[in-house]
Design a protein around this ligand. Sequence first.
Ligand code: MN
Ligand code: MN
Length: 456
Amino acid sequence: MELMNKKECGYKDISKDKLKKIYLFCDKYIDFLNASKTEREAADFIVNKLEEYNFVNIEEIEELSVGDHVYYLNRNKCVYAMIIGDNILDGLSIVGSHIDSPRLDLKPNPLYESNKLALFKTHYYGGIKKYQWTTIPLALHGVVVKADGTKIGINIGEDDKDPIFTITDLLPHLAKEQEKKELEKAIEGENLNVLVGSIPNSDDKIKENIMKLINEKYDITERDFNSAELELVPAFKARSLGFDQSMIAAYGQDDRSCSYANLLALINAKETASTKVAIFADKEEIGSVGNTGMYSESFDLFINEVLNKMGLNEIGLLSQIYNKSMMLSADVGVGIDPNYAEASEKNNASYIGYGLDVNKYTGARGKSGASDANAEFVAKIRSIFEENDIKYQLSELGKVDLGGGGTIAYILANKGVEVIDCGVPLISMHSPYEVTSKFDIYEAYRAYLAFFESAE
Ligand code: MN
Ligand code: MN
């Protein structure tokens, strides 16, 4: 028994083999990030991977039994997957992550012209620091659905030959007034307008000319923007970071880092008695609302459908199962930022490269809105991690009263599930270029794998 709780970097004295394993795992993770910059693209990637591993769409199967692999795709934006264990009535082992990330959505009537240039109006999605989204290359991803149901996929700005888009900012020479403003107000939401063109038609109309170009390329009209989901995301590629290549800089690691670890853990999990469930939720960044968010009843519906197809139809079964279930809420945490170390309380902060970041509770101002994991459950999870030699660190999201945040943890906890938050610690969370440690990505994968395989 070690008397003191020592914190050590996961890379310290690491074997060459282990390091190689971690870096190879993260090469694939980087590919996933580059292929999955929106919730729809992530859902696509996840479903393809699940099918590769013989998971079947629940809507295409009549009967289910022990050992079956099944998934549910909710409106192309959210996925639930399950491996049915020996006795589903004993509860579920759930790892719950989300696949939406902060970004800029196009407004329903985005296109306009101003001062001889064509622009798109946007409405930001999730908690962003607005100034971070100006003067960077942006790519446009998403779908336009025409009134007749035709769906047009759009992805511009990722290929090196593609054009990109950008939000301009005032030159420093003329920014004396702007620079006096508070950071929060220096760039207004209504100023997050994206530059999309500059050539006018023969009537000197730029908006019309750009609309004509869009129409020629995608066969859509201005009104078709009304029924579209178009997202501007950083056009940066995910990259290894540092001389030692120990870290990753990329857009969308909240929460696609945990989502990737979750997916890989599920498909690689050995068959054990437990019923393994992976959640890849949408809309976490705006409060988990809507029919693809965790608040919707679609998860209950999925579990009920599984029970029905197994011939288990007793009323009240669902609540009983939830009350015997446990979940790792797989969402990112805060890694201490050397530039802003004063935002964290050192004894209860996480460091990137030091392993899985575990939050017993989140919330803000007196733990308000938190799901506070029961000590008994924390002990159980600790024992799984310790038995499997997984590096973890218990922390809080920043100093008391400085702010706060939440995950999907409380939503499942409200159903009776034992839940604890644990994920990859991040620096520059919600920025266009978030930073993680490769060690932690791999450790999250190992932790979720150990959790899935621990038989109940
Ligand atoms: Mn998150
Ligand atoms: Mn977030």
